[in-house]
Each structure stands twice: as structure tokens, then as C-alpha cells.
Design a protein around this ligand. Sequence first.
Ligand SMILES: Cc1cc2nc3c(=O)[nH]c(=O)nc-3n(C[C@H](O)[C@H](O)[C@H](O)COP(=O)(O)OP(=O)(O)OC[C@H]3O[C@@H](n4cnc5c(N)ncnc54)[C@H](O)[C@@H]3O)c2cc1C
Length: 418
Amino acid sequence: MTSTASRPETDAVPDTWLPEPPELLAPWHTPARAALQEQARRFAMDEVLPVANELDPQKGEIPQRILERLGELGYFGITIPAEDGGLGLGVFEYCMVSEELARAWMSVASILARSQGMGTAVADPQRRADLLRRSAGGSWIGAVALSEPDAGSDLANVQTRAVREGDEWVVTGHKRWCGNAKAADFIQVLVRVADPEPGESRSRGLRNLLLVKERGSFPAGLSGYPIDKVGYHGFLTWDLTFDGVRIPADDLIVEAGGDGDSGAGFREAQKFLNTARVHTAARAVGLARAAVEDSVLYLQEREQFGHPIGDFQALRFALADMAAQVEQARAFYRQVAHLLDEGLPCEREAAMVKLQATEMAVRVTNQAMQQHGGNGYTTERQVERHWRDARLTTIFEGTSEIQKLIISNKMLPRSPLS
Ligand SMILES: Cc1cc2nc3c(=O)[nH]c(=O)nc-3n(C[C@H](O)[C@H](O)[C@H](O)COP(=O)(O)OP(=O)(O)OC[C@H]3O[C@@H](n4cnc5c(N)ncnc54)[C@H](O)[C@@H]3O)c2cc1C
């Protein structure tokens, strides 16, 4: 496009990036995946983006009609088997759709992570099947309460207690950062049911309980307040106090193939975090892509020194660097999603892609804001939302430092002196 071409509207979407032309499709990018990607992109740009532009500045929540559309499209059950009502696809497709949704509004991509069969691993097979079907349809959307005021990076330090009284657990403690808690149908709560013996791992005695609740309210004994965040609007993130909350004994998440005790909750949380890290990488790619696409438009729209600023080589080269970084992170998250779908061990790679993609998103959204000049530092432009949301991605689902810890621990034994 030449500098004299008619300028697109600021909110128009450039079609210079995606969809990828069929003749350039990589072998893994099958026609079925390309069609799913195109469907998700259209939904995100036509239906989610306008809502994000309206509601994010008001710190609004994802409206019911968007949740219903996600249900109609089957996106709550992308990874749920078809016989259980899902789309029967893999982490690859889940991440691909999430990238598209995050390009419009990260929280909509995030709400998908509160379904996909989460909170369905109960012991009774019939109940599990019923919950899976509800999860796929969007009537079993949850929240995850792992973190506590003194257990963030150090999850093994969870102090919330569950004490068995007859056929119930009684839960007491303080959870922090629980996204979607009040709007959820259930909260998966990481609790301590026993103390480790001296010399045992601190993660022993941790289990995941399933607190079934009504949407829009808290059950007896549970209270909380929404934390005022910098970004990531679309759903509220709660500080929760459990004061003798009663949970039926059967509402316990069971670990596939586990011994049913001894740190099962911690291992479940780790497995959940591997998929969550790749999903976070995909969301980061969506945010960075949004920033690049916004920059492509702004560089043509804004004139200084008698030229569109996109004529200046410094900005053109910065744009090229930004786009190349996004493509690199996308290729990496798709590779790790493939490993997960193949059931291959990939804890190190999941940590690597989370680290690399989220740090990239911070850099790229920051650079896009710079290219928008003063307009970038206003709420009149979308680039500030991408920047605010990208900033979170290096913190939640395990900070960048914790990813580096995981990667280096897999590569380098510590000496007995450390
Ligand atoms: C908006 C938002 C939404 C969230 N949603 C949820 C949710 O839905 N459910 C949930 O359970 N949690 C949620 N979290 C919690 C999130 O996962 C934690 O914030 C994150 O794991 C970091 O923990 P922390 O905040 O306690 O930081 P800390 O663990 O206190 O870390 C502080 C700093 O110390 C560094 N650090 C800590 N330990 C080490 C170490 N060993 N080596 C080097 N550096 C270290 C960290 O990298 C960081 O820079 C959310 C958080 C936010 C901000």
C-alpha cells in the first residue's frame, strides 16, 4: 500500500496478516483448522471487539450475549470429546481460537479456560459425564482458587484448611486473585487436608475441592471483595474469605491414575498449569498481534513532516521486528500445544513458551504504544488496552522468574552447596 492510498478508519481491521493463504499453509495447518481460525477471527472482530471497546473502559463484565455466542460456537468445549458434547479437538485448536479472541479482548479468551472440562473430574462416572456436557455447553463455568496472600509463586505453601466432619469438608482460609469467583457455577479450591510429615514435600496433603454454587452469589461462609486491577477487565478478580464453608465429601477432584492422596491436588494444579501456560502464550500472541495491527493502521493515518509516519524507516523497521516476534511466538506455542496433544512431556517447553511469548507481548504492545505517540497514552485508542492486558501475562499463571526457575531446574542440577 502506498502512502497516498486512501486511509482506513482507525477501527478498521487490516487483512494483511490473517487468514493465511491456503497455498502457504504449514502441514499442521489443515483446512479444518484454517476454517476454525477464520470463524473465530470473524466472531472476535465483528462481535467481541466492539463490546470490548465499549465495556473495558467502564471495567464492565463480559455480557451474557457473548457467553451465549461462545456456547453456540462450541468454544467452551473445544477440548471435550464429541461424545460428551464437545468439539473433540485438542489444545492446538483451543489455543488457536484463544489467540483470535484475545486479539479482541483477553478476558473472553480467558473465560474459555474456566470450562473445557475443568471441575468435572469427580469420582462418579455418570456425574462426570453430566458435568462434561454442561461444561461443553457453557452452563458449567468455573473459577480456580489456588493463590493465597502468602502462597503465590510458592503454591506448596497453601494454608487454607479443609477438615472432614462426617460426610462434609469444612473449609477455612483466605484465597486471593480468584478470577470470576462470583459469576461462576463452581470454584475449584486448592486446600490442605493434612500436614506433611517432617522431611516430606510441602505439597503433600494438598487436594482440590469442588465448591458448587449459584452464579452471581456466594454460599454460606464465603465472602469477598473484587480487587481493583489495572486491566484485565471483563471479569472480576476476587479476594475470598472461607469461614467454615461446607462442601460434600464427594465433591473432590480425583487425579487420573493417582493414588488419591499425598499431594494429588498439587500434581493436578501442575498439570492444569502446563496447559494454562501454553494458553497464556496464545493469549499473549493475540494481544501482540492486536497491537501490531493497530500500528499498521496508525502509521498510515498519522502524518508528521508532511508524510504518513509509516514512511519513516525507524518506524517501519520497528514494525517489522514486532511482526517477526509475533510470528516466532505463534510458531512456538503451536509446537508446544502439539506436544501436549500428543501426551508428550513438555513442562520445560510450556514454561519456555509462556516466558518467551508473554515477554514478547509486553515489548510489542509497548512499542506499538510508542508508535501511537501521545494518542497511544489515551483511552481513546485500543492500544492501551492491549498494553495493560499484556503486562499481566508475565505475572499470572506463574511469573517470568518462576518460568526461568522451571526451565533452569530441568537443565542444570544444583550443587549440594546451594
Ligand atoms: C489479575 C490476576 C488474576 C489472577 N487470577 C488468578 C486465579 O484466577 N486463580 C489463582 O489461583 N490465582 C490467580 N492469580 C494469581 C497469580 O497466579 C499470582 O499473582 C502469581 O502466581 C504470582 O504470585 P504473587 O502475586 O504472590 O507474587 P510473588 O510470588 O509474591 O512474587 C513476587 C516477585 O518475586 C518473584 N519470585 C518469587 N519467588 C521467586 C523465586 N523462587 N525466584 C525468583 N523470583 C521469585 C516473582 O517472580 C515476583 O517477581 C491472578 C493474579 C492476577 C494479578
